[in-house]
Design a protein around this ligand. Structure first.
Ligand SMILES: [Zn+2]
Length: 310
């Protein structure tokens, strides 16, 4: 039923397991508060693609050793496959794993789309070759980064987010559970905002966008659990992944912000080890006791303490 998600899980080396969150009491309390938020237009500034790429590259490369990733175009893939129709799975696998050209993620082609200004995703070549053995062993080959054509001060963070995906998805099994798929991308997006923003206006904008997204995920999952037909089972799995990742990323960020310089360095070094395939996202989360339950209680307290202070 969830075949496209299942293929991605195999390709990225996630454990094959589904669950759908039934929003808990703390989450529903959070939903009520977050739904009141509004995006402040005054914190959005125009930007250019060139500046945004440079901003993101400077930020990412000042903290991390970014590895090259295999890249090819969708046309290249079509030609590749049509020339190899008669190969066995293992022959195909060998050739496919040599097919991508090692590329700096900042040199990937960029495709601009007519979407909301915070939109972004990284293109991976789907291999219309739905054979488990192939998906499990094939390299992930990237094609491009998709961004909104509306370039703003949020665009550099979106690029950092997508480049983080490139570093993780090119290391099969670096994220063991699909439900942690977005944790580090969101954490790094936040970190980028905090470090490069002297006014904290941009960080607040970033936070508002994330909180609204959390509110939407909770609302739709509540609908799903009430047997509403507006949310399909496939989309409930995706909303679960986003909700779980968003809440854990917020908890990780808070731990980071309150930590002393040694612990901060430890966290960034740990992320580098995940990019280098020596550690997994789950090991990092476990190290700091970041779980779904902890992070939803945590978010609830954070929202309500802030409320009381006005
Ligand atoms: Zn993402």
């Amino acid at each position: 039923m969830y075949s496209d998600i299942e293929f991605k899980m195999l390709q990225h080396g996630h454990r094959k397991k589904y669950k759908i969150i039934n929003p808990s009491k703390p989450m529903l309390m959070v939903l009520k508060e977050l739904s009141k938020l509004k995006v402040e237009d005054s914190s959005i500034r125009k930007s250019t693609l060139k500046d945004s790429l440079k901003d993101s590259e400077d930020f990412m490369k000042s903290h991390f050793n970014i590895h090259k990733i295999p890249c090819q175009t969708a046309d290249g893939l079509r030609n590749f496959i049509s020339a190899r129709k008669d190969l066995s799975v293992s022959e195909m696998l060998n050739e496919y794993n040599e097919f991508g050209i090692e590329t700096d993620p900042y040199k990937l082609p960029i495709s601009l789309e007519n979407q909301d200004f915070w939109y972004g995703r990284i293109g991976e070549l789907g291999i219309n070759y739905a054979i488990e053995e192939f998906l499990v062993k094939a390299k992930v080959i990237f094609s491009e980064i998709f961004l909104s054509e509306k370039m703003t001060n949020v665009t550099p963070r979106i690029i950092s987010h997508e480049v983080t995906h490139s570093q993780l998805n090119s290391r099969k099994g670096s994220i063991q559970s699909y439900y942690n798929y977005e944790v580090l991308s969101i954490f790094i997006e936040y970190l980028h905002s905090i470090e490069c923003d002297s006014s904290s206006k941009e960080f607040n904008l970033e936070k508002t966008l994330r909180y609204l997204s959390i509110a939407e995920d909770i609302m739709l999952l509540e609908e799903y659990n009430k047997k509403s037909t507006i949310v399909s089972p496939r989309n409930a799995v995706i909303h679960t992944m986003y909700l779980e990742s968003e809440m854990k990323a917020i908890q990780l960020l808070e731990i980071y912000l309150q930590a002393n310089p040694q612990i901060k360095k430890y966290i960034l070094d740990y992320i580098q080890k995940i990019f280098d395939n020596e550690k997994t996202v789950e090991e990092l989360l476990e190290r700091f006791n970041i779980t779904l339950e902890e992070s939803s209680n945590y978010l609830k307290n954070k929202i309500f303490i802030k409320e009381k202070r006005g």
